[in-house]
Design a protein around this ligand. Structure first.
Ligand SMILES: NC(=O)c1ccc[n+]([C@@H]2O[C@H](COP(=O)([O-])OP(=O)(O)OC[C@H]3O[C@@H](n4cnc5c(N)ncnc54)[C@H](O)[C@@H]3O)[C@@H](O)[C@H]2O)c1
Length: 329
């Protein structure tokens, strides 16, 4: 008898990316378990609560007991739970270390003891820091130069995973581009989303260091990447690191602003650029490795995300846009 793709534990499954991973994994036939401490509420997983293949564990990845409940019978993990972003980690460095490093290591240890094979880890392209060559690109072989506690903790856990070397355990590291777009748990503290919200609401926007580069990816495409990595043949992904995004979606901030203004020309006078000569995070990233290995391709571009947010705001589908639940710090 075939058991289908098995049971996946999504830590942080009530979050911005996680709630879309849950939807997709259920659609792909996985049984889905979510472990989340609901730091930003649980509305994003409401539609799945009574789904016969869904189970929610309200708990914390730092708790051995909660992990034990969440891990029983699990075949694979998408590990998203974290204190997310530089500002949130700066606010409480001790908690960030406990969750992003110690909690992640505890999850990993208990997962191995339970017999979990595939472990997909949500890392970040901010690990690259600043490009050595201003006109070049970085890829998975480039040196890492984390310039924040957030990225340092991601790099530390990446190294931990890669050091394990056990053939029966299959860690996969996905370094996501900066996400944009809407999910059941909207975030308005990410560049594209925040800039679009400010200008759609006719607010003034100060753009710092508009010339610096960053890659962007739609939250739904990031969720697809997680599920692809779960289902891939071991020899393609185990102990591998992949950037997740698209090489044509690297943008300078000032270009993002220009794209938003094309959608909202009436906001033209609301933008001021504040020059910054130094930004420790300035990176243009290549993404071909993941596409070549797993056939991944993006379905949306930044302009689609901008339009989606403008539409959601104009139609009132998202309101109360300054609610602290929509930001991570
Ligand atoms: N959004 C991005 O642009 C981006 C880019 C690169 C990497 N990532 C990574 O992707 C992952 C998901 O990010 P997101 O944007 O969905 O953030 P998010 O804050 O929306 O999701 C994180 C979820 O984890 C939960 N959580 C936090 N601490 C927990 C704990 N101790 N125990 C259990 N649950 C806990 C939160 O309640 C939340 O639901 C993170 O690991 C993040 O570092 C995100």
């Amino acid at each position: 008898m075939s058991h289908g793709p098995g049971t996946v534990l999504v830590t942080g499954g009530a979050g911005y990316i996680g709630s879309l991973v849950v939807a997709l994994a259920l659609r792909e036939g996985f049984r889905v378990r979510v472990l989340d401490n609901l730091a930003f509420g649980g509305e994003a997983i409401l539609p799945y609560l009574s789904h016969p293949h869904f189970h929610f564990v309200h708990g914390d990845i730092r708790s051995e007991n909660d992990l034990q409940c969440a891990l029983a019978g699990v075949d694979s993990i998408v590990h998203l739970a974290a204190v997310v972003g530089d500002p949130a980690c700066r606010k409480d460095p001790q908690q960030a270390t406990q969750i992003n490093k110690d909690g992640a290591e505890l999850l990993c240890k208990q997962a191995m003891e339970t017999g979990v094979r595939r472990f997909v880890f949500a890392s970040t392209c901010s690990n690259y820091g600043k490009m050595a060559d201003q006109n070049g690109y970085v890829d998975e072989t480039s040196p890492l130069a984390p310039v924040s506690l957030y990225a340092e903790l991601k790099v530390a856990f990446e190294r931990h995973l890669l050091s394990l070397g056990l053939p029966e355990f299959e860690p996969v590291i996905l370094r996501f581009a900066t996400a944009y777009g809407l999910s059941p748990r909207p975030r308005f503290d990410l560049t594209v989303n925040e800039f679009t919200r400010e200008l759609a609401l006719n607010r003034r926007l100060e753009v710092f260091g508009g010339q610096f580069w960053r890659p962007y990816a739609h939250v739904a495409d990031i969720a697809t990447a997680c599920v692809l990595a779960l289902a891939a043949e071991p020899h393609l992904v185990a102990y591998q690191t992949f950037n997740v995004g698209d090489s044509t979606e690297n943008y300078q901030k000032q270009v993002i602003v220009r794209m938003i203004l094309e959608e909202l020309p009436e906001a033209r006078n609301l933008v001021t650029s504040v020059r910054r000569d130094e930004d420790p995070r300035d990176y243009r990233v290549r993404f071909e490795k993941f596409s070549s290995a797993l056939g991944f391709s993006i379905t949306r571009r930044v302009i689609d995300g901008i339009r989606e947010i403008v539409l959601a705001i104009r139609t009132g589908v998202v309101s109360d846009l300054d609610n602290p639940r929509y930001r991570n710090s």
